[in-house]
Design a protein. Structure first.
Length: 379
């Protein structure tokens, strides 16, 4: 079948983009033709993907979203795919991969006037087009809290939702090479044997709570703080966060690594993952840390935080968020036996399916599009 995959932007450093690429690659592996429509592509193009850039001339992000959708309609009339799979909200999708939480639910918890600005109106329109009961879009979602928000605000039919298992890359698991990766990276970064490294991974530093992590590091007792570093890997502008670290007197201990492709080495080199996200629909990085043997300190705002609680691989800060609670839990964990905690995460990861999201997603895409087109798919 000819499948159209639609995503506003692609870079190799985002969680949504990683899911998109693995699902597209699985569909290619099954013999389908995959055309990707996007505004921009940053990184290598996998063999077999047909990348088609769409010019979306507008000044604002929400203006570009509407321009992308409008231009996409012309492209689809020409290519005539059997099915349309979206990784951003827009009308006319056959399958939508829900990488975000419900926008209407977020707005309900914010200042009233924000729901009337042009940005909100645009994204609200695009969201409603997917989740309204009259839509035919099948919805792939990745954490239970997502579904509740969408049903609450749009009365979306329960049967349209399909929960996917996690889908982290298998190279995140601790391996026989992990010890050497750790030694080499820490030596290159000048990390001594008695120093602890906190790692935070994710693009979008405000949403991921990078400022919270910096404040938690600064709040440690003097002796412990002097032996603790914070690495932040992800693609975003670090300027305001660097300034925060300077104001708190810890800028020499905070390193912004940028987007990184060597995540297995980064995980091996660290001692604890800190992820106090403001909003996180799932949080693949939490499971990546578990599989690598890293203890995790995160917020309950992360959709995958229940995995941390069930496994015993760290601590979860409840909502509403408290900076003092994060500060205290970080101190407690650093005073504990981090390797022993990490072993609990490894054991849990081995006993649960952390890897098949792209396979299950491709199954549902095939079934949905084949039923629409009246095509028989070989099992």
């Amino acid at each position: 079948m000819k499948l159209a995959f639609c995503i506003f932007k692609y870079s190799p450093f985002g969680g949504l983009q990683g899911d998109f690429l693995r699902i597209a690659a699985e569909c290619l592996r099954r013999g389908h033709e995959v055309i990707v429509y996007t505004r921009s592509w940053d990184g290598a193009v996998p063999e077999g993907l047909d990348i088609r850039l769409i010019k979306a001339g507008a000044v604002t992000n929400h203006g570009q979203a509407i321009a992308f959708y409008q231009q996409l309609q012309h492209e689809l009339q020409s290519s005539r795919p059997a099915g349309i799979i979206g990784f951003n909200r827009m009308p006319g999708l056959d399958v939508y991969f829900a990488g975000d939480n419900c926008l209407a639910e977020k707005a309900a918890n914010r200042f009233f006037y924000r729901t009337f600005n042009p940005r909100y109106r645009t994204y609200s329109y695009l969201e409603k087009a997917v989740f309204t009961p009259s839509a035919q879009t099948e919805i792939l979602y990745i954490a239970e809290p997502q579904k509740a928000g969408y049903i609450k605000h749009y009365s979306t039919q329960e049967q349209r939702f399909h929960l996917l298992p996690p889908g982290i890359p298998e190279d995140r698991q601790r391996s026989p090479e992990s010890a050497a990766l750790r030694e080499n990276l820490r030596k290159a970064e000048g990390i001594t044997a008695d120093e602890r490294v906190l790692i935070q991974i994710g693009s979008g530093f405000i949403t991921k709570g990078v400022d919270r992590s910096i404040r938690a590091l600064a709040a440690l007792p003097d002796k412990m703080r002097g032996k603790t570093r914070l690495w932040i890997a992800g693609k975003d502008n670090p300027g305001k966060f660097i300034n925060l670290a300077k104001r708190l007197g810890i800028d020499s201990q905070v390193a912004f690594l940028g987007g990184r492709s060597d995540i297995p080495a980064i995980l091996a080199g660290a001692d604890l993952m800190i992820h106090p996200a403001v909003n996180e629909s799932a949080g693949n990085v939490l499971l990546e840390a578990m599989a690598a043997g890293l203890p995790v300190l995160c917020t309950a705002a992360c959709g995958y935080s229940p995995y941390i609680e069930k496994s015993g691989d760290g601590r979860v800060i409840p909502e509403p968020f408290s900076q003092s609670a994060l500060n205290q839990e970080l101190l407690t964990m650093l005073n504990g036996d981090l390797p022993a905690i990490g072993e609990k995460g490894i054991a849990f990861a081995r006993q649960n399916d952390f890897y098949s999201r792209h396979i299950i997603a491709a199954d549902i895409i095939e079934k949905t599009i084949a039923a629409k087109a009246g095509i028989q798919i070989a099992v």
